[in-house]
Design a protein around this ligand. Structure first.
Ligand SMILES: [Zn+2]
Ligand SMILES: [Zn+2]
Length: 259
């Protein structure tokens, strides 16, 4: 008997996918934190997903979960839906970049393969969504996304904004309000300690100050000049936006996939 993916199953698979992109296994606690549910319900669901036919995760008590090949396929499919829907709403329906994530979170579970294909075709098969996140291709491969956390770039560095976390609309409005847009080139003027603010010269030539929580949501590529700086361990403990840890790529493939 085949397991029919449900909305909640999809969200668990996405969470495990994102966590295992940066560490080997996804712990119950980490999944619970992301999905804002109790650890007990996570355990229950992981057991269900592990005993489904086909199994979507492997799960061992105290060791957490990882995706099976089937589970990974489904997670990538849902992420493809999500990012294509965001792109379509943004490009074709004039939604703002701060409005599309919420809609996509709802719709991603339900669109057919046909609708997905038509949206992709209409947009000319885009590879990145309005926040710079790579859109998995129909064959399950993921376009390249190599960038680094803005907070790691020292003063004097010219950077191009490559990706911004999309799961908090107020933060996206703050970013836009500071005159910062995707793919624009900016200069790092100062990385402040201990507050963690980043001071930038935006593309319009204005110096703007980004609070640490906002700066931590941006990833950039280096255009010229600057050394990487190390971030002190204290600031590492700041909880970052879920799905967007600033140490590693949330778009990377899981480290390993069990067949
Ligand atoms: Zn989104
Ligand atoms: Zn997005």
């Amino acid at each position: 008997m085949r397991t029919v993916p449900t909305e909640s199953t999809d969200n668990y698979l996405k969470a495990v996918f994102e966590i295992t992109a940066i560490q080997e296994r996804a712990s119950t606690t980490e999944i619970a934190r992301r999905l804002k549910v109790s650890a007990a319900s996570v355990t229950g669901m992981l057991k269900k997903l592990a005993s489904a036919t086909p199994a979507l995760v492997t799960y061992a008590k105290h060791r957490g979960a990882e995706l099976t090949h089937e589970g990974q396929q489904r997670a990538i499919e849902v992420i493809r839906h999500h990012r294509l829907i965001e792109s379509y709403l943004y490009e074709a329906l004039d939604y703002g970049w701060d409005e599309v994530h919420e809609e996509a979170e709802k719709l991603e579970h339900f669109i057919s393969e046909d609708l997905e294909d038509r949206m992709a075709a209409k947009l000319g098969y885009p590879e990145y969504d309005p926040h710079g996140h790579p859109i998995p291709r129909r064959n399950g491969t993921i376009p390249a996304c190599e960038d680094i956390a803005l907070r790691l770039i020292g003063a004097g560095g010219k950077v191009r904004l490559n990706r911004v976390a999309d799961d908090d609309s107020a933060s996206l409005r703050t970013v836009a309000g500071l005159g910062i847009t995707l793919y624009s080139t900016m200069e790092v003027l100062e990385q402040r300690k201990p507050g963690g603010e980043t001071v930038l010269r935006n593309a319009g030539g204005f110096a703007v100050t980004l609070p640490r929580e906002i700066a931590a949501r941006l990833r950039v590529t280096l255009v010229s000049g600057a050394q990487m700086i190390t971030v002190d361990p204290a600031s590492e403990s700041i909880p970052l936006a879920s799905g967007f840890e600033h140490r590693a790529d949330s778009c990377a493939q899981p480290l390993k996939v069990r067949q």
